[in-house]
Write a protein that binds this ligand. Sequence first.
Ligand code: PEP
Ligand code: MG
Length: 319
Amino acid sequence: RAEAARRAAFRPAVTQDGHRVEVAANVRGPEEAAEAVAAGAEGSGLVRSEFLFDDRAEPPSEEEQFGLYRRLAEGFGGLPVVLRTLDAGGDKPLRFVNHPAEANPFLGLRGLRLSLAEPALFRAQIRAALRAARHGDIRVMLPMVDGLADLRAARDLIEKERLSLATPPVEVGIMVEVPSAAVMADQLAREADFFSIGTNDLTQYALAVDRLHPTLGARSDALDPAVLRLIQMTVQAAHARGRWVGVCGNMAADPMAAPILVGLGVDELSVSIPNVAALKAQIRALSMARAEAVAREALNCATAAEVRALPALRALGGA
Ligand code: PEP
Ligand code: MG
């Protein structure tokens, strides 16, 4: 029994009608790589590199980062590893960066904005990632991209470092988690190699509800049709340019959300390690035709509650 379950976890997630969805794991560091692979993850769709920077008086050196990213690349044994550059600021302040006080840190210097404001910090991380990419399939993902200007600035810096290191090109993608990025996805898809939708922040910013709010939690549901429409725009824009799209927010692990995301054409879902096997099993039981039909129904609902009450979705989501 345990052996059969283990073998099933390693099989790809292919729907009844032959549509493959990649299932990857969100990890925080190299110690989780072996566990993710053993759970059946087909790579990592999100490495939260903040683990290296949290609670430190000094930033980690390029050398220290290189060692960790190399272990990550090797731990995944050549499977794709999407390394997200430092996503600090907002709810995740850094001790060694002198942040100006901000009245609204979630609307302030966070994510890629912070990296571009601290180029020495960003350069060290990029150089470590580029060097580690020689040891596996490392891809670089930029968090909190709000538009093309910052994407271009980041890509320029990455290309300069790559030329100085003489390392091979790596894919450079973006998180789509700011509504402006979803709206401008057609433009961004020209210059980003892939998208990964961060539904935690995308929901927060689209619905104007703090993701950590103590009492408004029930209003911030990623199944809100407003969020689903932003996801649909993002997927359509990416596919029109031949780019792949993942979802790495918590939504990907919600059994009620998976059929909709698959039906909207999302290519990859990245979830925490304990959710990998169940998500693969759920996808294998779906048909793409039914998932597309339920996604269309969901896009036409008025509220998240209506989406969650759809009989066709409840049947596919196991409710
Ligand atoms: C997200 O915003 O959905 C996401 C995956 O990033 P984080 O939760 O780290 O902000
Ligand atoms: Mg986020």
